[in-house]
Design a protein around this ligand. Structure first.
Ligand code: FE2
Ligand code: FE2
Length: 136
């Protein structure tokens, strides 16, 4: 099996099938980027992988934010700002990656992996608690 940078386990669960699936998919995109970098794949391929991660992040954030609106999650505005920050950073990296330096690729990777890990464990689990409380 290929080495993974982010490994999804139950700890990351937000007790929602759709969101858990999307988080798993995001982890997969990060792992794909990780593999591409250690295998020193072609520059275009790496740029495409970052682009895929960017697009899927937007899709996921849209889904999550819509659920927050529907359930009147009190911290939704702050949460949206965290998402926006991630999107803006990846967007910036997407533009700099054109230069094609290995250090830049690793910086994108570290940022995306750290941010996603912390965000799901912290902020997304706060939302998970909100969802759970609604069912009480
Ligand atoms: Fe989130
Ligand atoms: Fe999320």
């Amino acid at each position: 099996m290929e080495e993974e940078l982010l490994q999804w386990d139950e700890l990351f669960s937000v007790n929602n099938l759709v969101l858990d699936k999307q988080h798993q998919q995001l982890f997969e995109y990060v792992n794909k980027l990780y593999q591409a970098i250690i295998k020193k794949e072609a520059h275009l391929y790496i740029a495409q992988t970052v682009s895929d991660l960017f697009n899927y992040s937007k899709e996921h954030f849209d889904t999550e934010e819509a659920m927050m609106e529907q359930t009147f999650f009190p911290e939704r505005e702050a949460h949206k700002r965290y998402h926006r920050y991630f999107i803006d950073e990846i967007k910036f990296f997407k533009s700099t990656i054109i230069i094609g330096k290995q250090e830049i690729n690793s910086t994108v990777l570290d940022f995306a992996a750290d941010w996603l890990r912390m965000h799901v464990l912290g902020e997304d689990r706060k939302f998970a608690k909100h969802l759970k409380d609604l069912l009480k």
